[in-house]
Write a protein that binds this ligand. Structure first.
Ligand SMILES: [Mn+2]
Length: 340
């Protein structure tokens, strides 16, 4: 596969440099990876003196958000999104919009953007970082490093490596975590404002980040306490909590927490038919694959990364889905054991 950094280095530069009067829209995911991607792309587009707007969308709303934006722009850049959105990309292109995608999610269908910067080994912000490197007027490594950490994309990250040689890891991880929590309490306007500030302003200087992070941490504390009370176990391999009233950004945190508390390799949180799953201990388990197979059997769908994935299933069939999922995980574990 080659070195991912060399593969994407400056890949976006010629495509951005040839833009002049085009209206550019950046659509990024709502987590730190999306925020840092938007911050890096925003910095570059500003430097090129282009007309651009930053938008944020969770993956589940991407198609809808794109259909609203596409008529208003000439170039659409999807960051940390898009790899699984064939129809949205097609629709935008048929509106006369050129589509650039910078993403690290697994490609399951034939998406055909005009420009595709893709590698599953680096987080999207790091792909944005390397793909625009020669256009940076400031050092943006720290932003990409925050995302590599919060997206669990540390293994192949070159920016995180370089940043940790320069700074103590407590600084890097604390700032990344503060952003991660604060984002839970932010709306689209807050995120846009923050993404535009970040290339110029250090996280410790951002009062709003501390205030919102504290609110989110308190909420998480309360949610995890309740999760422990409702958590149940299936086949000794999956722990799950069904919590319909929590903030959507809390589901991944609940999933890993219940697994840790119950001592299972996989944790799941279900919120109104939306599923989040995390592998906490179980090398070789592919929870994205397990979710996809179990969800399809109950008329839902799913996907993501091997250690962290999500899906949507009909609310009336959640119990059935969870049993199927536990069966899939169990099969994966047993398959692996028999290979050894
Ligand atoms: Mn990401």
């Amino acid at each position: 596969m080659g070195d991912p950094v060399e593969k994407v280095r400056n890949a976006l530069v010629p495509h951005l440099e040839e833009l002049e009067d085009e209206r550019v829209a950046v659509v990024a995911d709502i987590d730190v990876d999306g925020l840092a991607s938007a911050a890096i792309l925003g910095h570059v587009l500003q430097g090129l003196d282009l007309d651009f707007v930053l938008y944020f969308s969770p993956p589940a709303n991407f198609t809808e958000v794109v259909s609203g934006i596409a008529p208003e722009c000439d170039v659409l850049i999807a960051a940390d999104l898009g790899s699984t959105a064939r129809d949205a990309v097609q629709d935008a292109r048929s509106e006369g919009c050129r589509v650039f995608i910078v993403d690290h999610h697994q490609v399951l269908e034939d998406v055909r953007p005009d420009v595709f910067v893709h590698d599953t080994r680096l987080c999207a912000a790091e792909l944005c970082y390397w793909a625009t490197l020669d256009l940076h007027e400031r050092d943006l490594k720290l932003l990409a490093a925050y995302a590599a950490f919060t997206d669990y994309a540390e293994e192949h990250s070159r920016v995180l490596d370089e940043v940790l040689r320069r700074y103590d890891r407590r600084k890097v991880y604390t700032e990344a975590s503060l952003l991660d929590y604060a984002l839970v309490k932010m709306d689209g306007d807050d995120r846009r404002e923050l993404a535009l500030k970040l290339p110029e302003t250090a996280v410790p200087e951002l009062d709003e980040v501390y205030e919102l992070a504290r609110e989110a941490m308190l909420e998480e504390h309360e949610v995890l306490q309740r999760a422990r009370e409702v958590a149940k176990c299936l086949e000794e391999v999956v722990a799950y909590a069904i919590m319909d009233d929590i903030h959507p950004a809390m589901t991944g945190r609940v999933a890993s927490h219940v697994a840790g508390v119950m001592g299972t390799p996989v944790g799941v949180c279900v919120r109104r038919g939306k599923v989040s799953a995390r592998v906490v201990d179980g090398e070789g388990i592919n929870v994205a694959k397990a979710i996809r197979r179990a969800a399809e059997k109950v008329g839902g769908k799913g996907g993501g990364h091997a250690p962290a994935a999500g899906g949507v299933v009909p609310e009336s069939r959640v119990d059935e889905f969870l049993r199927l999922l536990a069966g899939e995980i169990k099969r994966q574990i047993e398959g692996r054991t028999s290979d050894e």
